[in-house]
Design a protein around this ligand. Sequence first.
Ligand code: ATP
Length: 206
Amino acid sequence: MRIGIYGGSFNPVHNGHIHLARAAAEEFGLEKVYLVPSRISPHRSSAEYVSGGDRLEMLRLACNGDAILEVSSYELDSDRVSYTIYTIKYFRSILPDAELFLLVGSDMLMCFEKWYRFDDILSEVTLCVVSRNEGDLPQLEEKADKLREFGNICISKAKPLEVSSTEIRKKIEKNENYACYLDKNVVQYIRLKGLYSLRGENKFAL
Ligand code: ATP
């Protein structure tokens, strides 16, 4: 069984995240991809902060009906700092026979050696990287070559879908249109709960 693990803040989950998960699943033959939202420390006065429960719910809405994508609350439920190596060990413990793949976007590959126990991570999983920006593939190949002494790294051929959660949060705050970057049920959820807006309103949401 080939299983993908895909962590992130997903604040909120957007089409770029789902594109990465589906592209990696198709290209690397993954039977399941677990999307694992991380803990974020709350900034009380900022509209940027939404709860783990809201991020989890938005992920569930975005993955609903997809047979491959599954949401895991493992890191949100955990009572310690959720370093990726622990998450990998958790999945290894519940899926002892699986071949594990860790999915990341290009920005994460570029800083990968700063991750806690990155060498142990690379001895446990194959790292699958999906480009975030047009034209970044040569840079990704060069970086992957330097890290390959620690383990397997695959670079996806999928075209990038250039969007970030930061960009979406800014658009919501400025009351600009953002619906085209998100699943329609996620848009509706954000609107109903007034997320990411200091005024608690999103007039372009639907
Ligand atoms: P923020 O703007 O808040 O930093 P983000 O859009 O970068 O958020 P995260 O939830 O931090 O999203 O990212 C989780 C993972 O998804 C990371 O590995 C990141 O590289 C990857 N990722 C995010 N957006 C894209 C995208 N558009 N295409 C490919 N990978 C992406």
